[in-house]
Every structure is written in C-alpha cells, then in structure tokens.
Design a protein around this ligand. Structure first.
Ligand code: ZN
Length: 336
C-alpha cells in the first residue's frame, strides 16, 4: 500500500473474493515494481493513500467465477495491467488496453499474495504447463514491460532494413531493444549513460550506444544516420524532453512508438506538422502480444527476465521501490 509519497507499507488486507461471475482469484507467484509506480511514489502523480499498488502479475488460478469458461483453477497464468474482455470491437482490433469494459489492475493492486482478476477469460493467458522457476521472471516481464516494449517497437514499425533508436534505459526501453532485435531491425541505437544498462542493451541486441540526451542526443542520432534521423524511434520515458527528442530523432516518414506514460507533455503543432513523422503509442495492448511472448519465453528464445536485477520478498516491497527510485535497480521483482 502506498500511503503517501515514499511511504510504502506491507499490511494485511481482506482476501480477494469472486465478485462477478467473470472473475478469477489468483495466488501470485511473482509480482514487481513498475517504473510507472514511481510517478506516485515520487509524488509527481497525486496519491490518494492508502492505495493498493502493482499491476504486473504471474500466478496460479485458485478460484473462478461461474461464468468463466476457459481459465481453470491450477493453471499458471499471466495477464496485462488492464483487464479486458478480448471480445469487444476495440479488443478485436488489437487494442485490449482500451477495451470498452477494461478494468485497471492497478486499482486492485497485484503487489499482493492474492488478487482478483476481472474478465478472467479475456484477460488471462495460461502457460502450456507449470513453468520452471527460472522462467518466472521472464513470464512476469511479459505482463507489462516486455509487452510494452514490444508494442513500442511494433508502433515504431521496427523491422528489417530499419534503424531503430530507443529513448529510455528503464526496463521498457531495454525490452524495446529486445523487441526491435527480434523483429529484425538492422541497427538499434540505445540511449543510455548507465553502464549496467548499456551492457544489458547490448545483450538484448543494441548495435550502438548514445550517451547524450536532449538536443545533443538528437544530434548524435542524426550523426549516426547520415543526417536523416532514425526510421523508428521508441519513446519509453514520457517527459517533454524525451518526447521531443523522439520526434526530432525520427526522419520524415518515420515512426515514433511512444510508450512512456506521458506526464506534462505538450506537442508544438507546427513543428509536428513539418516533422512529417507518424506518432503511435499509448498504454500498450499487452494482451495482443501475450500468447506470442509466452511462447517465445517457454521455448527460451528470449530472456526478458534479465531486467530484474533485484529480487526481494514481498514483505520488503518498500526497499524494492527505494532501489528503483535511487536507480540502484533497473527493476525489482517481489516474491509473495
Ligand atoms: Zn474489449
């Protein structure tokens, strides 16, 4: 529970129960702290505490409502940060995070031992079998940061023949690098000034590193791309500086995939007009990608779980937040 900025407490709450026939209750095997949890933690986003926290989850189904058809007790499941029916026209178009019936998991709180998952049939994806413990961090990453980085890369149209620049060296940016690499991009420029994150970016497939940011970062991208800018830019921060850096680093006709949660960003219309770039982003429809991502993980083709460089018992959640806030950790995994 977040009581106030920088005041995280672990406490007993009532056990979740089935509230509607479409619900499931899961026992969390692993959960984690998101970069977006740091906005309220730092007081940049208002906190109406005590508020339940967490929207990333991997766990075992304990109970399902009478209307649940495909999800069964005992299955190991992963879901996204928005529960979605996966049947409405918006879901069918692949935008499950904008489902007409969506429920934000953050309002329920998955940094917990158990959680209620609404719209269980639409939201949850089961693994083919109970995964080995070593796969759990990667499967948990699929719940948000991997799916979000993946959407950033897809929205930026990363692929063969493309130079992709990635702004943001948090877990989402790093997994945007992984996604761009998997999608076949020719060249991937990771923007980071932190050595451990640079190293992980290279492991995930980055071909170039740029340490500058802002206008200098834009100049560095232009230098690396014959003065044109990148074809594809993944924006994984959400600030005015990073968004403008993304737009200015993209060549005319290119694509920006923006997945950093926007805070105080205002776009200058005339500059946007003359940039001739495509902008696409928003809350990632992680559910669209979950079946493919789970498959890649269980076949050990990708190892996104490497972004977790700190693992703690749930009881030490406050330290998980502190470590990320102080950038001592890229991402904290919590074991209930
Ligand atoms: Zn829907």
């Amino acid at each position: 529970m977040l009581y106030a900025p920088r005041d995280v407490r672990v406490e007993d709450r009532p056990d979740p129960v089935i509230e509607t026939p479409a619900d499931a209750v899961i026992r969390l095997v692993a959960t984690c702290v998101c970069g977006s949890d740091l906005w309220p933690y730092r007081g940049i986003e208002a906190v109406d505490g005590p508020a339940p926290m967490g929207h990333e989850y991997a766990g075992v189904v304990e109970e399902v409502g009478s209307g649940v058809r495909t999800i069964k007790p005992g299955q190991f499941v992963i879901g996204s940060f928005f529960a979605s029916d996966n049947t409405c026209p918006i879901c069918q178009a692949g935008y499950q995070s904008s489902c007409v019936h969506r429920v934000p998991m953050g309002s329920i709180g998955t940094q917990a031992e158990r959680a209620r998952v609404p719209l269980a049939d639409g939201t949850l994806v089961a693994t083919p079998e109970t995964p080995a413990d070593g796969l759990v961090p990667s499967l948990l990453a699929a719940s948000d940061v991997l799916g979000t980085g993946w959407f950033g890369a897809v929205a930026a149209e990363a692929g063969p023949g493309k130079t992709v620049a990635v702004i943001g060296d948090g877990a989402v940016g790093l997994l945007g690098v992984l996604a761009a690499s998997h999608l076949g991009a020719d060249r991937i420029i990771a923007m980071s000034r932190h050595e451990p994150r640079q190293k992980l970016a290279l492991e995930f497939g980055a071909t170039d590193l740029v340490t500058e940011r802002g206008d200098d970062g834009v100049a560095a991208i232009k230098d690396l791309t014959g003065g044109l800018g990148a074809h594809s830019v993944i924006e994984a921060v959400g600030t005015q500086e990073s968004m403008m850096q993304a737009i200015r680093s993209t060549r005319p006709g290119g694509h920006v995939g923006y997945v950093g949660v926007s805070h105080g960003v205002e776009l200058p219309g005339q500059e946007l007009f003359f940039s001739a770039v495509h902008l696409h982003g928003g809350p990632a429809p992680v559910r669209r990608f979950l079946p493919e991502l789970i498959d890649l993980i269980v076949r050990r083709e990708i190892d996104p779980g490497k972004v977790f460089d700190l693992e703690l018992p749930l009881a030490e959640a406050a330290e998980g937040y502190r470590a990320m806030d102080e950038r001592r950790a890229i991402k904290s995994l919590l074991r209930p």
